[in-house]
Design a binder for this molecule. Structure first.
Ligand code: RFL
Ligand code: PHB
Length: 394
């Protein structure tokens, strides 16, 4: 089967789905090819925190209704160290912005429902997606769908296929510059139907490592603890997880943690990664296909949304007037914002995690605590964290 469309999109994560939906609202046609089933994509437990800019875009895409009903608005976070939790508020700090607790799973579901409602489901379980015709000016996607060949002829291709996707690999190697740091630890995450321990998230620097108390709703909690890269979830029974978490949260918070059976348990490695530029001719990258941040700053999904913001502007301009100026600026505009989030996530990860070099309470650990003390005492340091956490302007 051969299809023609304006924009061919690889991947139905938040970047691909949001881009397609916003383009649809502007009368621009797109087709999404997704490697996995809908259930698989929806089932991945990932991000939980949406910046205001991301919420605004979901509204613009017409999928904000449930988010506003069920999402929890937070205007501060807790930073815990030496066993004491300190609050850092957002609103009071001139940002005037908040964040919304609403799972990536829910964002994905709302966007997939919107696609289904307009009768334009992504092609789920599209196998062996390949990109061709970029050099020749005839951008084409090919794949195997339900056992038959599918060809999609496009004007523009956007790779929203995540860190392990095919799009970035399709750039000529001499065009792409990559920057990468793999951290020497991971996050073990548990989702459970228990009441969150605190109204706000708590980022905890404990002498044994980092721990995070997050949530999805008033009755569903998401907790993380720092783990070794070679550990597996099988080594972490629910009992062992809760015991470790309660210990790490100390006397003040620990005893308040409600425990229960885990619904999901997974280990994620942490990395910082950027590929530059985010465009080669008619092939564009958006979201995790071009950059990855450690989850500490809650920026990954939000960066995917900001890429989509800049790209949608460029594409609307291109398809309505023929002007390529927005598309020509896309990579520089997106990357400028990406690097601010890479820096923030890097800084926040370094401030809160146990690195091999600081586990013995040496100089690096002392410096970490000194910086945390400064952070919770200085109004300008708190304002800087708040400004980055709620999201820098587009
Ligand atoms: P995704 O979500 O990885 O989607 C890519 C899609 O492309 C498909 N795909 C392919 N399809 C066709 N052909 C191929 N060859 C393909 N290869 C891949 C995949 O199946 C998939 O459906 O990328 P996208 O859309 O760029 O979205 C990025 C976000 O998912 C990611 O940045 C966030 O989840 C990161 N993240 C967080 N971000 C936040 O903003 N706030 C948070 O609180 C937050 N917490 C997190 C996180 C990520 C985590 N993990 C597991 C890495 C917490 C964790 C634990
Ligand atoms: C989450 O709830 O999954 C979450 C929240 C904040 C983060 C990372 C993950 O910084």
């Amino acid at each position: 089967m051969t299809l023609k469309t304006q924009v061919g999109i690889i991947g139905s994560g938040p970047a691909g789905l949001l881009l397609s939906q916003l383009l649809h609202k502007q009368g621009i046609d797109s087709v999404i090819l997704e490697k996995h089933s809908r259930a698989h994509v929806e089932g991945r437990i990932r991000a939980g925190i949406l910046e205001q800019g991301t919420v605004d875009m979901l509204d613009e895409a017409g999928v904000g209704e449930r988010l506003h009903e069920e999402g929890l608005i937070h205007d501060g976070i807790g930073i815990q160290f030496n066993g004491v939790n300190h609050r850092i508020g957002f609103k009071a700090r001139d940002t005037g912005k908040t964040v919304t607790v609403y799972g990536q799973t829910e964002v994905t579901k709302d966007l997939m429902d919107a696609h289904a409602a307009r009768g334009q489901d992504p092609f789920y379980e599209a196998e062996d997606v390949r990109i061709s015709g970029i050099e020749a000016g005839t951008p084409t996607l090919k794949c195997l769908f339900q056992g038959k060949g599918l060809e999609v002829q496009c004007k523009i291709i956007v790779g929203c296929d995540g860190y392990h996707g095919v799009s970035r690999q399709s750039f000529p190697s001499d065009v792409l510059n990559t920057f990468e740091r793999v951290y020497p630890f991971g996050w073990l995450g548990v989702l459970a139907d228990v009441k969150p321990v605190s109204e706000e998230l708590i980022y905890n620097n404990h002498k044994n490592g980092f721990a995070l108390a997050s949530q999805r709703s008033a009755t569903r909690s998401r907790y993380y603890i720092q783990c070794e890269l070679n550990e597996s979830v099988e080594e972490w029974s629910d009992d062992r997880f809760w015991e470790t978490l309660i210990h790490m949260f100390g006397e003040e918070v620990g005893p308040k943690i409600e425990t229960g059976p885990s619904i999901e348990k997974s280990i994620a490695p942490l990395r910082s990664f950027v590929a530059e530029p985010m465009r080669y001719k008619s092939l564009f990258l958006a979201g995790d296909s071009a950059h990855v941040v450690p989850p500490t700053g809650a920026k990954g999904l939000n960066l995917a949304a900001s890429d989509v913001h800049y790209l949608t502007e460029g594409l609307v301009d291109y398809f309505s007037t023929g002007s390529t100026s927005g598309l020509d600026l896309y990579s520089d505009r997106a990357l400028a914002r990406v690097w601010t989030a890479i820096r923030f996530s890097w800084w926040f990860t370094h401030l809160t995690h146990r690195f091999p070099e600081n586990e013995t309470h040496g100089m690096a650990y002392k410096l970490q605590i000194a910086e945390l003390e400064y952070l919770v005492q200085s109004e300008s340091a708190k304002a800087s964290l708040a400004e980055n956490y709620v999201g820098l302007p587009f």
